[in-house]
Design a binder for this molecule. Structure first.
Ligand SMILES: [Zn+2]
Length: 307
């Protein structure tokens, strides 16, 4: 099947006014429209107008699937739930959609006063509007069948979704914007390199024809993409390990990682503008914190071999 033959439409949410940072995907089924990812509440108007542009009234969306509960993926789910949509989410993420207070508190700690302009408000979703997912189950919506693949590594509560040869990869499939290379987004607190690699192995086995990346859009060379993403994941995490071994403080890691990642991007088409887009999709300070936490928690002996 070619890209055009999948009943999927990519909606650009114009996060922070920029193109190609965060996507939501509209799937048409004989049982009505299905949404994969919602973006944050701050881009709900863009989501609504994208749906309307596609001939779909936002109020008519009854099924909303989210790959994980991070605000850039599921932050507007509550708004669709208010119109009567059911939100399909990993069982570990589900309680935080029902009671987002802990999610909000930890995001506020990271984003401080930029929290509201970046992400918008987050409201609880009633339990009856939340449908926890099961690994391997197939959700049937009329003529559309979507397989659920639990894929931890970026977040413990991450799922990918498969519709025939189309794979919705959330963040486990990395960030790849506008002709740039794939980069693994590594925010705290769940990053686990081994688990991430296992999840990629699982996704490779599906032999997808098209990857739908939330950051950003369809990409059809799946195996090549996974190769490059795995390389980036390894090189990024080993680079951070090297700095931690050398005794670099976490705060000093941020500008270094920023520079390192810019170098990686410069090798591709247009360094600077691309760097800004990647940083909007996943700020590098998040990956510095996430990877430092991973090494300290999972492999402290790797940082100080003879301690
Ligand atoms: Zn994301």
């Amino acid at each position: 099947m070619s890209l055009a033959s999948y009943p999927v439409q990519t909606l650009d949410l114009h996060f922070q006014g920029a193109p190609s940072i965060i996507a939501a995907f509209l799937i048409r089924s004989s049982a009505g429209p299905i949404l994969v990812e919602t973006g944050p509440a701050s881009t709900y108007e863009a989501l609504a107008s994208g749906l309307k542009g596609a001939g779909v009234e936002p109020e008519s969306v009854r099924h909303v699937l989210v790959t994980h509960i991070h605000l850039d993926h599921a932050g507007a789910a509550w708004r669709l739930a208010r119109h009567g949509a059911t939100v399909y989410v990993h069982p570990v993420g589900a309680p935080h959609m029902h009671d987002p207070s802990r999610l909000l508190a930890s995001a506020r700690k990271i984003y401080k006063e930029t929290m509201d302009p970046l992400w918008g408000p987050l409201e609880p979703i009633p339990a009856e509007r939340i449908r926890p997912l099961t690994d391997g189950e197939v959700l049937r919506f009329g003529d559309v069948a979507i397989e659920v693949l639990f894929t931890p590594g970026h977040a413990i509560h991450h799922s990918a979704f498969r519709l025939d040869g189309a794979l919705f990869t959330g963040d486990i499939g990395g960030v790849r914007i506008d002709g740039g290379p794939p980069i693994a987004p590594c925010p705290p607190p769940d990053i686990d390199i081994e688990t991430w690699k296992d999840s990629l192995a699982r996704l490779r086995k599906v032999r997808p024809e098209v990857l739908y990346l939330t950051h950003f859009g369809p990409f059809s060379e799946a195996q090549e993409h996974f190769d490059a993403l795995e390389w980036n994941l390894r090189s990024l995490s080993e680079w951070v390990l090297g700095r931690l071994r050398a005794g670099v403080a976490e705060a000093d890691l941020v500008p270094l990682l920023d520079a390192y990642s810019s170098g990686y991007l410069d090798g591709s088409k247009r360094g600077e503008a691309l760097g800004r887009s990647y940083a909007l999709a996943n700020p590098f300070f998040m990956s510095a914190a996430g990877l430092a936490r991973y090494w300290r928690k999972a492999h402290p002996e790797a940082i100080e071999p003879r301690a």
